[in-house]
Design a protein around this ligand. Sequence first.
Ligand code: ZN
Length: 175
Amino acid sequence: MAIRNILHDDDPLLKKKSRPVTDYNDRLHTLLDDMRETLLTANGVGLAAPQVGVLRRVVLVVDTNKEDLSPEEQIIELINPEIIAASGEQVGAEGCLSIPGVYGIVKRPDLVKVRAFDRHGKPFEAWGTGLTARAFCHEIDHLNGILFTSLADEILTPEQLEEMYGDDEEDGAEE
Ligand code: ZN
């Protein structure tokens, strides 16, 4: 496994649409393993392949609802993910590993159900609420070249962010 370089928002690759995965081969597994290590090291809640410069429909989401699991075990690998149901609404601060230090207020559904394939090409469904639902939306947006800053109603100043979160551990949830 290797830590890959995370692209920043001035990189044109982040605005491109990613292509579906067709081969569930060693190359995909290496990408997934590297993305896992990169995500854990960056302490984020999600990572999409285009963020490491690979324009393929691959994302990782940390299922923070599963509190009894370790961060490593919380990671869900989603290949060719699609949102199949969404309900409710949450309005909250969102950040991105590709746009360090910037947070904005983004409206997202509160419950999201996705269909995807695992690393061996087996289909499965997953769902999440709260931060996990937000991460599913945020990561799948990356596959379509969409960054949260283009969806944000408001970009927070450092003072506003401090006011909202203080020194709370939640501060810094970046995807
Ligand atoms: Zn992001």
